[in-house]
Design a protein around this ligand. Sequence first.
Ligand code: MTE
Ligand code: MO
Length: 320
Amino acid sequence: MIIRSSNANPIQPSEITSEALFHGRRDWIKSTIAMGGAALLPGLAACGAEAQGVRLAGVKPNPQFLATDIDKLNKADEFKSYCNFYEFGTDKSDPPVMAKSLKTRPWTVAVEGEVNKPQVFDIDALYKLAPLEERVYRFRCVEAWSMVIPWVGIPLAELIKRVEPRGNAKYVEFVTLADKAQMPGLRSSVLDWPYVEGLRMDEAMHPLTLLTFGAYGEMLANQNGAPVRMVVPWKYGFKSGKSIVKIRFVEKEPRTAWVKAGPSEYGFYSNVNPMVDHARWSQASERRIGEFSKRKTLMFNGYANEVASLYAGMDLKKFI
Ligand SMILES: Nc1nc2c(c(=O)[nH]1)N[C@H]1C(S)=C(S)[C@@H](COP(=O)(O)O)O[C@H]1N2
Ligand SMILES: [Mo]
């Protein structure tokens, strides 16, 4: 999937392009180069609900994470209006309305467990741990729809290095906000709240794994998991927990919300795999939001070259 090294394609550090410029990969690259000297955009001054829609400063497109078959980004409107965030309702159109009032400042993320340097990060410090990158990833929901999104974030590995995991830290658990006062969906028992997700340590350290603060050059909208979420592009979308408040390093495989809800349907690994059907539907194809005909689903969502080695020797029909 890596099509260009930064040497072969010398994109200058530049501000992010606006959504209107995202017509295609080539246009995206051209416009990015053209904007090399564009004026700086405002920084991270916003707070409260107003953080939504604020442009992120200092974001550098990372052309190494631009899949060869990505020819068209989804529209920001599609991304913001078709959402899964059960804390705000189970309908795709619920979170854009119900999450409006989510308070994303002040916000802290506690990083704890089997680490030498447990820390509580203020969200505005977390942004600054490493340079913000823009990465265009395919995103595949277990429900067999997909999108192509220009995310903004930092490699999760940057955070992990700083807290110094101990030898017995084998997994990372992500705990997301569960606040009844703000989240009407918690009244439903569709999931066992809080929404918990997890990764094996090598998955968490993988360069594709992105601690994500924004998309389309802006801070995440509340319904998309503000102020911070995970993006793990070779796994079904539910592995990418939204509105994270705690990251725990643990010895045993975390019991995740979806595994608890239906272990025969949602495994811990949840790697995108067209060869293994979901208990109730095929995973062989998907509908890209905005398109009519279906596309074939790619093994590991198209990231096999990067991640297949993580699962060498594992029976992927068993470890779903
Ligand atoms: N906290 C939390 N995170 C979550 C979910 C959720 O219900 N709650 N849904 C997941 C699912 S199923 C998907 S497909 C993605 C959707 O992300 P998007 O709506 O920003 O595209 O978020 C994931 N993260
Ligand atoms: Mo999903």
